[in-house]
Ligand binder design. Structure first.
Ligand SMILES: [Zn+2]
Length: 433
């Protein structure tokens, strides 16, 4: 068994409950005294830090929503003086405003630890060569995998995303044993390998840790067959720490959550009641060791369920099922969070089109594509072709600037887009995952 930290990954339930309780009580004390947002919320509920003593007290605490991070943008939820923050990451949000997260030195250390567990769970050791093809930058994927690989003592190849030809050459020449990237990019790499005439046998690749977007069992099979590897699903979100919140083990039957750092709950998103193990609902996390940005009961909007049954690998920490969708309308396109409302606000700002649009998301050659249909006003429709083309280009540029990914923009005739009497249908997602 490849287990990075058996003390915490194979801890008895009683011991884990005790560790979680004391870390939770400590976290609640810190946020009460250092984050006005939480102090006010707790006071409204008539809660004092001393009321939270064990993990059983968790449901008494208030929820935290992505919107709370936006409302306190950029640093309002931080629980330490800014001088203690040594790293900032950010992800996109609905209104173009980013969700900003901050790490202290100890948070970075925790991140390295949970990512070491994650990569070790896919079989990585100090003998491994880990090609990190997640993007490096404000996105947490690249650096998260990087720290974990370094912590293990593996040889890190920090190539970042893109430049597929170079990825393939390096994979072959440098003897890459582990690949870390999005599952769709892994499949794309597999296709390009075949096109380049490189055979599985020419590579030393053994496993991959794939995350940042939902993917199916069918896709796993295809990646495993075409690359000749074990494909491991990993999960994380920047608000909680980045990648490293949970990972599959070689049993591939759910993702073990690093429960000594992140306490999971499944709730009914409507009634907000906590549901028992096995029930499907919204995944909620409370961080219990984070210093920079501790979050109480953070609503991930991801749909999953928890399994506290025995796992063949020997780890005892609870498993979450592969994420089965989202409770809101967020789309994940090429690993980037996209909200239809972001596109809407760009169109409204430009203002020369009708307020009807449609997003068509598809996946060709294992890469996601986004096409945006925007309806012309009757005046625009009777205008010169050159003016229409200019406007298309302008919208494309503005949208790419806001989302950070490329999109195809098509201005369509008035009344082309189907009208709805209820909630407007803004998205057609043709991806089969
Ligand atoms: Zn397991």
């Amino acid at each position: 068994m490849t287990c990075w930290n058996p003390v915490y990954e194979c801890m008895s339930r009683d011991e884990m409950t005790r560790v979680q309780g004391s870390r939770l009580a400590d976290t609640v004390k810190r946020v009460y005294h250092n984050v006005p947002f939480y102090r006010e919320k707790m006071q409204k509920l008539g809660l004092e830090p001393g009321d939270i003593r064990t993990i059983e007290d968790l449901p008494k605490l208030p929820f935290t929503y992505k919107q709370d991070l936006r409302d306190t943008y950029p640093y309002g939820m931080f629980a330490v003086p800014l001088s203690e923050i040594i790293r900032i990451h950010a992800s996109s949000g609905t209104t173009g405003k980013q969700t900003v997260v901050g790490y202290t030195r100890r948070d970075i250390d925790t991140w390295a630890e949970v990512m070491a567990r994650t990569l070790a769970s896919a079989g990585a050791t100090k003998e491994s060569f880990i090609q990190v093809a997640y993007g490096y930058g404000l996105f947490t994927g690249g650096l998260g995998a990087h720290y974990g690989a370094e912590r293990i003592g593996a040889s890190v190849i920090p190539i970042s995303g893109g430049n597929t030809k170079r990825q393939l050459q390096i994979m072959k020449d440098f003897g890459t044993t582990h690949l870390a990237c999005t599952p769709s990019y892994a499949l794309y790499l597999a296709e390009e390998l075949e096109a380049a005439g490189i055979r599985k046998g020419d590579l030393k690749l053994k496993a991959g840790s794939f995350g940042a977007e939902p993917w199916s069992e069918g896709m796993r099979k295809e990646i495993e067959e075409r690359l000749g590897i074990m494909a491991i699903d990993i999960y994380g979100l920047s608000e909680i720490i980045g990648p490293g919140v949970s990972t599959e083990c070689p049993s591939q039957c759910g993702l073990h959550i690093q429960e000594d750092h992140f306490v999971p709950e499944i709730i009914d998103p409507e009634t907000e009641r906590t549901l028992p193990p096995g029930s499907k609902g919204e995944l909620v996390f409370t961080t219990i060791t984070k210093e920079g940005l501790p979050l109480l009961r953070y609503r991930t909007r991801d749909i999953s369920s928890l399994d506290d049954g025995k796992c063949a690998c020997g780890r005892t920490n609870v498993r979450m099922s592969k994420v089965a969708g989202r409770t809101d309308d967020m789309l994940i396109i090429r690993g980037v969070n996209v909200f239809p409302s972001q596109i809407e606000s760009v169109l409204l700002d430009i203002g020369d089109t009708a307020p009807h649009y449609l997003l068509i998301v598809d996946r060709a050659d294992n890469l996601d594509s986004l096409e945006i249909w925007v309806e012309m006003t009757p005046q625009l429709f009777s205008d010169e072709v050159k003016h229409i083309e200019d406007l298309e280009r302008k919208i494309k540029k503005e949208i790419e600037g806001t989302l950070g990914i490329s999109a195809k923009v098509k201005l369509v005739e008035p009344k082309t887009i189907e009208r709805s009497e209820g909630k407007a249908k803004r998205v057609i997602d043709k991806r089969k995952i």
